[in-house]
Design a binder for this molecule. Structure first.
Ligand SMILES: [Zn+2]
Length: 172
């Protein structure tokens, strides 16, 4: 098990659009990185982790939104949101914003296309937490953080809380 360093806001890689993973980049190195990202995500107690969060400016992420207590690891490489429907409002956290939880409005259902770790095309139709997670992580691939999805008021409150966490040494 190899843990990677999770970068925290406002490191620039989190605010940069990731590069698509090219056909020639699939293979053993990518598979190892994905395995390390799963280890890192689980160790940190998260349900999703995108490449920019471990300092890689690329468009892919891992997630595991356990179903009825059963692990359900999924990898999305070059994710594209094809359609969305409905809405959900709920608290959201992010491993790059340690200790910050804030209410964010998201679509209730998403259809996402991507490639799996072998490069095969996949399409998933997801709802609820899985949809929220795919939207949050696809945003990371595009240099967008959940702060950007909050209302202006909540964003100001969140920024104040971040400053406080930084001052008290709880934000590395
Ligand atoms: Zn995040």
């Amino acid at each position: 098990m190899a843990l990677m360093r999770i970068v925290h806001y406002p490191e620039p890689v989190l605010l940069t659009v990731g590069k698509p993973v090219g056909d020639g980049e699939f293979g053993a190195d990518l598979e190892r990185t994905v395995a390390d990202m799963f280890d890192t995500m689980r160790d940190a107690g998260g349900v999703g982790l995108a490449a920019p969060q471990v300092g890689l400016s690329q468009r892919f992420f891992v997630m595991d939104v356990a179903k009825e207590g059963q692990p359900d690891p999924q990898v999305f490489i070059n994710p594209e949101i094809m359609s969305v429907e409905g809405e959900q409002i709920g608290d959201e956290g992010c491993l790059s914003f340690p200790g910050l939880y804030q209410s964010v409005k998201r679509d209730m259902r998403v259809i996402v296309r991507a490639q799996d770790v072998k490069g095969e095309l996949i399409e998933r139709d997801l709802t609820d937490l899985a949809a929220r997670c795919v939207l949050h992580e696809t945003d990371h691939c595009d240099g967008i953080v959940f702060l950007d999805r909050m209302t202006a008021l909540k964003r100001e409150l969140a920024k104040r809380k971040i400053k406080h966490l930084q001052k008290t040494g709880k934000w590395e």
